[in-house]
Design a protein around this ligand. Structure first.
Ligand code: ADP
Ligand code: MG
Length: 697
């Protein structure tokens, strides 16, 4: 494999410098190894021929056997195209070429039997295929099994590349080199798990003879990728645990106790108590804590984080809380400052918009130690921000921060401070294992008592009157209502218009009630004023965008109406729903949609009506939409490019890979034994270009 990694594709038979340059620019394929790892995106069964008369709906890539009746050149200039009328005896379709027209005309003959291979599309009742691959029927009969289809770019197609071109190149490689690819995985592991060998898997992924062979090849290659990933994460956190010491927080003192006994207006839930104990033990272990705190919306994570900050203060250290947005940082600041006011703690807010004067005061107080808790955005990790003795850091909604940013916080003291990451939404377990694989996990799996599950309903625009009637009933009973509109970046103007229209409609319909109005583009002071109206119940209805998604806490609000619910992701809907159900009253969340939503959309929204468990929602969201932001974080943090494994759907393989990685590290922590020598070399090749993690801590 190493030789393939060092060989430029241009030296491969039939490639040459021009094609090599295209491959590199368009697909990032530079070396023979890159080419070998450019896997097909899907497969077509070469023993199966479709008939044109059977085409219907959205067709996959298929092959059809038949003859051209005639060829005509149509259009002029840039629009010029060659159209071949193609029949397979059941019906006809058009085969269209926009490029290389002359070559096609000279090489394809009417009356000769061909196999065309491409994706049929329909326009006005006629089927056509644009730039399919065409083979003479006799040559195709030699093939059996599945045929890989490689993703290509428009540019490559225009330059005469087809899926077949790639396949031919790969095939040359496989037939000459593949046998010599040594397996980097330890033989014992491959044998015990009955995995395919690396060389078998590479050959099979490109040209599987059967579906079963394909599945085995995929399993082997996915496992390998995920295994490296887990090995990297685990060895990294083991290294750090072994190397870096941490502050010992031995005492529980005045701050914690007076907050707990005098300020806390309610009893902690069992889960909160357990989690605080876990964190406390971790902070007194002599090692640096890196822990993820998971829990559903409203389960009381922020409160737990605050109480742990107080433990830091009791041990004469400072604490810091970092949030992803200014709104969130401000909200945290306000709630926390209010809660700890009676016990005399100095808390300050630092964001990008903190005025210079205030900033100077903060810098000074951080250095002389008179500032106990700093709350802020990314601004807190800037180099200018220096602490006298930072001992504990809370990162809220870490998935918008990379691992590298977390590492910058560790450097804020001679001994790295303890780090607690809290996420606003639950994360499915297998994903947490990968993206936060180096963190220990605490879970709050219990909501504060007295919370009634929110009843979630789906309603169409046509039911609007009914919805408004129920809303009126709630309002008459003295309850408050949120009405939320989507505001999605790409089309802010249109969205803002629908928000404004919605606001007017609500004002018109509910004349007896006061309506507040807030969106992200308002000036902060104006926004705060509107929010304050709603929070103090001077307004009954709050018309808003997703700015209220996180943090807002108005227990008297019992109804959440979400307009165009189909435009929100499930986790986002779950966050919004978390704004109600915070008091004693039975709460409702109404998902409004157009009447004609697709089956998929309906199924997606039905997940919301069927469960209030954030972990179930997150799991479903992951399956439907993929890991989104989280994968970005992972890839920037770990510098690995997953070519075949899928974090959303390969949960079982992730678990298997993690177990196996643990096992290897248990018996050979530094990968120095002879049976792991290839593995160790592979890991160095894969991860050396990345950050040297053990150096950061
Ligand atoms: P999260 O950060 O997990 O969404 P918060 O810490 O913001 O949750 O808590 C949500 C609300 O519940 C807050 O108003 C908080 O004061 C309240 N709360 C937290 N813990 C408890 C508890 N044990 N009993 C009652 N209310 C609680
Ligand atoms: Mg919170």
């Amino acid at each position: 494999m190493e030789r393939l990694r060092n060989t430029d594709v241009k030296f491969l038979k039939g490639v040459g410098p021009k094609r090599a340059e295209l491959l590199s620019k368009q697909l990032g394929i530079k070396t023979c190894a890159d080419l070998l790892m450019y896997y097909p995106s899907h497969y077509v069964d070469r023993s199966r021929f479709y008939t044109v008369s059977s085409f219907s709906g959205d067709m996959p890539v298929v092959q059809v056997k038949g003859r051209f009746v005639n060829f005509t050149v149509q259009g002029e200039g840039a629009k010029m195209r060659l159209v071949g009328l193609f029949t397979d005896g059941t019906a006809t379709m058009e085969v269209v070429w926009f490029k290389r027209i002359k070559w096609m005309r000279e090489n394809y003959k009417p009356g000769v039997e061909y196999v065309v291979f491409g994706k049929p599309s329909e326009f006005a009742g006629r089927w056509s295929m644009v730039h399919p691959e065409v083979d003479s029927a006799s040559s195709v009969e030699m093939f059996t099994g599945l045929r890989g289809v490689y993703p290509l770019t428009e540019q490559l197609r225009n330059r005469g590349f087809s899926s077949r071109t790639i396949y031919n190149m790969v095939h040359t490689l496989i037939s000459t080199h593949c046998r010599y690819v040594a397996d980097p995985l330890p033989a014992e592991l491959v044998g015990r798990l009955r995995l395919m060998s690396k060389s078998e898997a590479l050959a099979a992924i490109h040209a599987p003879r059967t579906n079963d062979e394909l599945q085995r090849a995929r399993l082997r290659l996915k496992f390998e990728e995920l295994f490296y990933l887990q090995l990297n994460i685990l060895s990294y956190s083991r290294n750090r645990a072994a190397k870096s010491g941490g502050f010992r927080f031995r005492h529980i003192g005045r701050y914690f106790n007076s907050f707990y006994f005098d300020c806390l207006p309610f009893e902690l839930t069992g889960a909160q108590k357990r989690v605080i104990k876990e964190i406390r033990a971790d902070m007194n272990s002599g090692r640096q804590m890196n822990r993820l705190l998971q829990g559903d919306v409203g389960s009381g994570k922020t409160l737990v984080a605050l109480m742990c900050m107080l433990i830091a203060l009791d041990n004469s250290m400072q604490a810091c809380l970092m949030a992803p947005t200014e709104i969130l940082a401000t909200q945290h600041f306000e709630t926390i400052a209010k809660m700890v006011a009676p016990i005399g703690i100095n808390v300050k807010l630092l964001t990008g918009s903190t005025p210079k004067k205030q900033r100077d005061i903060i810098h000074e107080q951080l250095l002389d130690g008179s500032l106990h808790i700093l709350i802020g955005t990314h601004a807190v990790i800037e180099d200018a921000v220096q602490f006298r003795n930072l001992g504990f850091v809370v990162i809220d909604e870490q998935h918008r921060f990379g691992v590298a940013q977390r590492a910058r916080l560790w450097k804020k003291n001679v001994v790295p401070p303890h780090v607690l990451v809290i996420t606003a939404t639950p994360i499915p377990r297998t994903l947490a294992m990968t993206v936060y694989g180096d963190l220990d996990v605490s879970v709050i799996d219990e909501l504060p008592p007295g919370r009634k599950p929110v009843v979630t309903l789906m309603r169409f625009d046509t039911n609007r009157l009914d919805v408004y009637r129920s809303m009126t009933r709630q309002l008459r009973a003295g309850r408050q209502v949120y009405v939320v509109y989507p505001l999605i970046k790409e089309n802010e103007k249109v969205d803002l218009k629908s928000l404004e229209e919605g606001y007017e409609q609500i004002c018109d319909t509910f004349r007896d009630f006061k309506v507040a109005y807030v969106h992200g583009q308002m000036k902060p002071a104006e926004k705060d004023a509107q929010m304050a109206l709603f929070a103090s119940h001077k307004a009954d209805i709050l018309v808003a965008t997703t700015v209220i998604e996180v943090g807002v806490n108005v227990p008297n609000a019992t109804t959440m109406i979400i307009e165009n619910a189909e435009r929100f992701g499930l986790s986002q809907l779950h966050q919004l729903r978390g704004r109600v159900g915070r008091g004693e009253g039975q709460s409702y969340c109404v998902l409004m949609t157009r009447h004609n939503i697709s089956k998929d959309t309906r199924r997606r929204l039905e997940i919301m009506t069927s469960t209030t468990d954030g972990f179930v929602v997150a799991e479903a969201d992951l399956k439907l939409r993929g890991p989104g932001d989280l994968e970005g974080t992972l890839q920037s943090g770990m510098a690995i490019d997953l070519k075949i494994a899928n974090l959303a759907t390969d949960g079982q393989i992730i678990q298997l890979a993690r177990n196996e990685a643990q096992r290897v590290l248990d018996s050979d922590p530094s990968l120095i034994s002879p049976e792991n020598s290839r593995l160790s070399r592979e890991m160095r090749l894969l991860f050396d270009r990345a950050v040297d993690w053990s150096m950061i801590s």
